[in-house]
Design a protein around this ligand. Sequence first.
Ligand SMILES: CC(=O)[C@@H](O)[C@H](O)COP(=O)(O)O
Ligand SMILES: NCC(=O)COP(=O)(O)O
Length: 247
Amino acid sequence: MTVLSVNLNKIAVLRNSRGGNEPDIATAANTCIDAGCGGLTVHPRPDMRHVRPDDVRVLAGLLRGRVEYNIEGNPFAPARGEYPGLLELAKEVRPTQVTLVPDSDGQITSDHGFDLTTDLPKLSPIVAAFRELGCRVSVFVGADAKGFAEAAAAGIQRIELYTGPYAEAFARGDARIELAAFADTAQRAQQAGLAVNAGHDLSQANLGTFKSAIPGLAEVSIGHALIGEALYQGLSNTVRAYLDILS
Ligand SMILES: CC(=O)[C@@H](O)[C@H](O)COP(=O)(O)O
Ligand SMILES: NCC(=O)COP(=O)(O)O
């Protein structure tokens, strides 16, 4: 069974566009949990465009003992203003999982993973710090990733496959090359003892094909497409509700 972890960043983006608290991230979280998701994901960034540190804290209280909590971010991004840094946030809220992503400042969204063959020496101490807090540690990587045995020895427990290139190829009509690369990477990671997560631009259109190609896929985190699809799938009901009020 692959866990669906719903990424709530886009709820925060919509809310932040106006200030105030609508749409409310706690209501969205409860709705996803009631619908049966196995986890919730947030990706706070120092620029505060998405989910903010206070959201991370509110969700921690709301989720505890109900579903898994996955916090994504760059562990090397320094504290800035209200953003205390990923390790400090994890110290406060003790998520189930942290997913380490090498986002640079100002990046619109995540577009690459860590290179385990060169980044492991700098990742190792921070991985140990997260493990000491009791967090499962996953590292965001691309389809060409290597160095899994060394990553496992450093305490990394999972990889998250950056599926953006797969989603693009699928949209172009032929993702066979990308799927084969991800399947090979997943198998090599699993053979080294790492579990395999995946995420970025997964959607109702492309998820089934991806899941079929990756046996043992542990978790998918999905936000952008899922929230967009929720608008389409809920829009007619909502228009009808307004018409009822006006009738
Ligand atoms: C690591 C990853 O792929 C996601 O965390 C993604 O970056 C989140 O999406 P947003 O760009 O919507 O914050
Ligand atoms: N880790 C990927 C994630 O949380 C969601 O990515 P996206 O579905 O918003 O592209």
